[in-house]
Write a protein that binds this ligand. Sequence first.
Ligand code: ADP
Ligand code: MG
Length: 575
Amino acid sequence: MTFLLNSPADFSHEAVQAFAMANHQYATAVHGGVVRSRRTPAGQPALVVGGGSGHYPAFAGWVGPGMAHGAPCGNIFSSPSASQVYSVARNAENGGGVILGFGNYAGDVLHFGSAAEKLRAEGIDVRIVAVSDDIASNPPEKHRERRGIAGDLPVFKIAGAAIEAGADLGEAERIAWKANDATRSLGAAFDGCTLPGADDALFGVGAGTMGVGLGIHGEPGIKDLPMGTASEVADLLFDGVIAEAPEAHSGRVAVVLNGLGRVKYEELFVVYARLAERLEESGLTPVRPEVGEFVTSLDMAGLSLTLVFLDEELEQYWLAPADTPAFRRGLPKGLEQSWDAPRRTEIYTPGEEEVPPASADSRALAAKVQEVLELFEYRCRQHEEDWGRIDAIAGDGDHGHAMVVGSGGAVQAGRRALDRGAGACTLLVHAGTAWSESAGGTSGALWAAALTAAGSALGDHGGEDEATTVRALLDGVQAVHRVGGATPGDKTMIDAALPFATALEYEWKTPGDLATATSAAAVAAKAAAEETSDLTARLGRSRALGEKSRGTPDPGATSFAVLMETLAEHFRGTK
Ligand code: ADP
Ligand code: MG
């Protein structure tokens, strides 16, 4: 639905006027649409592309050097009128004739057609290119009778580049049709779109299904299939399009993965991952793929895949520079060759760097540390829901999840390090890095700091030794204090961690052993964590909702206390 509008009737007009204001260096509003702000060379053909509104970036977003010269803009989903097309073409034309480009729909054919007649009557040479890439809309032998969908982008991009390179009207027309004949698209929709100001969508797609073969004017798909995963949708679209590959082609394809309005860029990338595999398996090389929103349909939930089977000529124009409000391509002078620079092969990946040599004792200690990490993960899973619930009261509710994925990442990294002969320090450093990387967030960074500091205290050459273990625990707490910068009473992990450290130091000095001292310290941590209920959060995410946090213990302090009790249990069990 549309959230921001003044009046439904004025919506498209206001949007076009304001688009021109925001992009005044590119486009100027004229009756019926926009034209380039700067004069084009006399005799250069004008590429005038358009259709209804509601498809942005198509078509106004493509006005600029290397692409279109003007864009008539109709009402939402309806063709611009003949007089609008005429007006924009008149303003864009500069002695080289006009190509009128649009997606092949009945209304557009009529209005652009009658504008062409009027222009011709005035002695202006006009050629018409109706893009017809949608394979769902007609059989292959009727390619030029198909509807136009996201194929508009590559066809107009290629035609605009040819004009920029000096093509005259006839040549530009030939290249535009050649591009159209090499272009195939197929789309799928998961939910319909809603006209500005309307309450209901133009169509719906049944829950758990998708409509394959959508149009871009809110037409539902031509057949319904069960909804699939991102990869299954990628397969469906790819299989459809590839089945219509021209008999002979170079194996190089322009790829446009187009979001219709409500599909996120991240979702498109996930789909693209599978497409990339399929392209490779099919022996096709993607040339400068475009993944994003190009031809939208208001807020339609859907996507389409377009392939253009390139030859040298089409590829050259597909890659040529363009500078428009919504589509830019090209590099500053002198940097053009960087596309040809060799691909990087040396890539740093954490956890795969060299494992420094370690003593046998330290490797044995590392194995014990790994056991502790595994216990931590187990405990985090048990408490996940609980910690999430208390984090949701004044924070963002992710603490349980963060602890599970953080400790899980640490366990995996620890195992890899152990297999490669790591000592205790290296294992903890790898585990800490993985904790922070898998969990992100505040607690992830703090646990990473703690593990790393504890690792430094243990080193890669010492064996198991209770005094060193105590040092490692104290250093870990100190690192959390230093890195987090919290003060006692701020209602953070520190409010459990500092009492833990104080108790540990004290108990360790009185005759006893590691298990006894850690157990006593864990009891202190638990009591301190419970007492954080009475505090008001002053740091971290909870700060904004400080007062709300009263009455609930701090999540990070609570999880810290649980894990220290886990550690104490482990020491007692191995005593
Ligand atoms: P995020 O706050 O990024 O969502 P989590 O929910 O995993 O991360 O962790 C929240 C916990 O982080 C808090 O409950 C608190 O214990 C701890 N925390 C936040 N800021 C600090 C800090 N500066 N020092 C110590 N601990 C902190
Ligand atoms: Mg949180």
